[in-house]
Design a protein around this ligand. Structure first.
Ligand code: MSP
Length: 655
């Protein structure tokens, strides 16, 4: 029977469209899942969305839709979470949504099971709450009085709530963290021990009554289950724990590894194991806390407005280029600074120059010198070939050692070291010089090209989990049969038949002109940002009521524009001379030059409020205010003066 491998990503909050930071973890998980499948494992790769909580409830209200409609749109809608994973070639086996019925029912059972065991009890919650993070904090955990995760202000909260006896599991968790390799990289262990275990674990508030968008506690309606209890359990409900929708819990649990970002390591390495201990279930084998992608030194986040759109980049450079960049440029356990320059430079150096060139030079030479098919009679030269063949033959072991540690960057470095060596091998053997005397050197030239094709083939097998589309093209170009594309064959030098036929294809990664591209990319990003803004945005209604008598004191009149001109030295102001029906001209100044040319307004009938106290603007008196309608289109302010029927006489009262 084949080995099982269960790997997960965090389930994403569908509170906004996902950015490239989210893509990072999913691409890493996908690469690991593909690698394990290639090795012959039976893989379960789970991802999904974490759809409950106050933040979603608030966002849905702002958008004027129900929370379910709101999350449906971000998960299933155009350019939503599922679309993004499709675009990025993410080969998940299962997708869980925490609003799925089976998950909801299972969470209620899980909550009750922990309650029946005596691990959940009722009390009063008093403390601090960070709404954006949906996290409760004790006073001592705050940093400068703010949320230790995101640095935003917290609010006082007090309510009747259920608590989970986290403190009961403190010693077992300490032992798990200190004495096993459960949490990786090791540096994260010290953080957890120092920040949470040493100060003493407090019981955790696991229900809320102040909002509704969550899973109700079935034996105490009015309480909804704390989102993290709901979310963490996805890893087992998605396999059928406490539900009949799936039945592979016994097969896949415990998970081999949960990949998670560093800010949610606390939940996965303390709360999650404690929950499983309470449920008497085995613990996952590993939790790996990866670093963040930073932009200008800070964490990318939608609320900070500094996010990079993976759609734009994948459509411009291909999913493979983006996948490769993410795992090649940053060590998985540490933070990394994202920049467009680094992205383009990585594509140019590794993919266009080193890999792309090697493939295109080798296949072009095989076509040019041998019409595409190498002759079987070849002459090896140990002194010249030995280093390259040894490196390529030993590559799989090196790569595997790095992949087993989740060190994607090291695995890729090993492959690119061999690719670099192969490019040097071309220069050392100068095929073009050998080709000058084919009678004498033909067999040697054939061997040189064969060695290059074999090196490319082995590299492509190992690159497949990272850049699957590109590797399929490479295999076709170098004439690799099915059996030459496998994990086993990556260890066997000479898998390609000697009389192999190549088929040169188009350039895998055309070189990008850095300066030109950076400028175009900036423009495209600005346009995409604008397009992503709501088409029409209107100001929310003022909820505070105004009493009728106060309202009636405002005197609105129809006024006719007799003259209109720009105010000197002001970019914004227009000066109106108006007929308000009194027989004396009224002057009003209005900051609307951006929206109207003065001459276009002469003769129009507008609406003014005329009993405002006069005020001075740029040395001129303004007696009243013209009414206009304002809104935003794609983030840009729009203004339309209220114009009424010209049949209405100047001075007519509007009521
Ligand atoms: N819903 C929770 C996870 C629950 S798992 C039981 C959550 N969702 S999230 O959408 O906010 O984040 C999902 C993952 O994306 C997290 O692992 C987070 O660390 C990761 N990232 C979000 N921004 C990131 C970067 N800028 N860089 C790298 N990863 C980042 O947390």
């Amino acid at each position: 029977m084949s080995e099982k491998f269960y790997i997960t990503t965090p389930i994403y909050y569908p509170s906004d469209k996902l950015h490239i930071g989210h893509t990072y973890c999913t691409v890493a998980t996908d690469t690991m899942a593909r690698y394990k499948r290639m090795q012959g494992c039976e893989v379960m790769f789970l991802t999904g969305t974490d759809e409950h909580g106050q933040k979603i409830e608030d966002k849905a209200r702002e958008a004027g839709v129900t929370p379910q409609q709101f999350v449906d749109n971000i998960v299933e809608g155009p350019k939503g979470v599922k679309d993004l994973w499709k675009l990025m070639n993410v080969s998940y086996d299962r997708f869980i949504r925490t609003t799925d019925d089976y998950h909801v029912a299972a969470i209620q059972k899980i909550f009750r099971q922990m309650y029946d065991k005596g691990d959940i009890y009722k009390g009063t919650y008093k403390g601090k709450y960070c709404t954006p993070c949906e996290s409760f904090w004790t006073e001592s955990q705050l940093v400068d009085g703010k949320c230790p995760d995101c640095g935003r202000p917290v609010v006082d909260a007090e309510e009747e709530a259920y608590f989970f006896k986290l403190s009961k599991y403190s010693d077992r968790i300490r032992d798990l963290l200190e004495n096993t390799d459960f949490l990786q990289p090791r540096s994260r262990v010290n953080e957890m021990i120092h920040n949470f275990i040493d100060p003493g674990l407090e019981d955790l508030c696991v229900s809320r009554t102040s909002f509704q968008w969550g899973i109700p506690v079935d034996f105490d309606p009015g309480h909804v289950v704390y989102v993290w209890i709901d979310a963490l359990s996805n890893y087992i409900t998605a396999l059928g724990f406490q539900n009949g929708r799936y039945d592979d819990y016994a097969k896949f649990w415990p998970a081999d590894v949960h990949f998670v970002g560093k800010e949610i390591v606390r939940f996965h390495s303390i709360i999650w194991p404690a929950m499983l201990m309470s449920l008497d279930q085995p613990l996952p084998k590993h939790v790996y806390g990866h670093g963040w992608l930073l932009l200008d030194g800070g964490k990318m986040s939608k609320s900070k407005g500094n996010v990079v759109d993976p759609y734009l980049l994948a459509q411009r450079y291909s999913a493979d280029a983006l996948r490769f960049f993410l795992l090649r440029s940053f060590p998985f356990g540490s933070d990394g600074n994202f920049s467009n320059e680094l992205l383009i430079q990585t594509i140019n150096t590794d993919l266009a120059n080193d890999l792309g060139n090697l493939v295109s030079r080798t296949t072009a030479m095989a076509e040019k010198y041998f019409a595409g098919t190498l002759p079987a009679g070849q002459r090896a030269d140990e002194a010249l070939d030995g280093e390259l063949t040894a490196l390529a033959s030993g590559l799989r072991d090196k790569y595997e050692e790095a992949m087993e540690r989740y060190q994607f960057q090291d695995a890729l470095s090993a492959v690119f070291q061999v690719i670099g060596r192969a490019n040097k091998y071309i220069d050392e053997n100068a095929p073009w010089a050998l080709a000058k005397d084919m009678d004498a050197n033909g067999p040697r030239l054939a061997r040189v090209l064969y060695n290059l094709l074999e090196t490319i083939r082995i590299s492509a097998v190992l690159l497949t989990p990272f850049i699957p589309d590109t590797c399929a093209k490479i295999f076709d170009q170098v004439g690799a049969c099915e059996g030459c594309r496998t994990w086993d064959s990556a260890k066997v030098w000479g898998s390609l038949s000697a009389a192999v036929t190549v088929k040169k294809g188009e350039n895998l990664f055309p070189r990008i002109d850095m300066e030109k591209e950076l400028a175009e990319l900036e423009e495209a990003e600005a346009a995409a940002k604008k397009a992503a803004l709501p088409a029409v945005e209107i100001e929310p209604a003022v909820e505070e009521p105004v009493d009728f008598d106060t309202f009636c004191k405002s005197d609105f009149r129809a006024v006719k524009v007799k003259a209109c001109e720009a105010v000197k030295k002001s970019e914004k102001l227009l000066k109106f001379t108006l007929d308000d029906g009194t027989g004396t001209d009224r002057q009003i100044l209005s900051g609307i030059h951006k929206f109207y040319e003065p001459e276009d307004l002469v003769g129009k009938t507008l609406v003014a409020i005329v009993n405002l106290p006069p005020r001075k603007m740029m040395g001129q008196v303004s007696s009243g205010m013209l009414l206009s309608a304002v809104h935003k289109e794609h983030g840009e302010e729009k203004l339309n003066l209220i114009m009424v029927d010209d049949a209405i006489p100047a001075g007519a009262k509007l009521c």
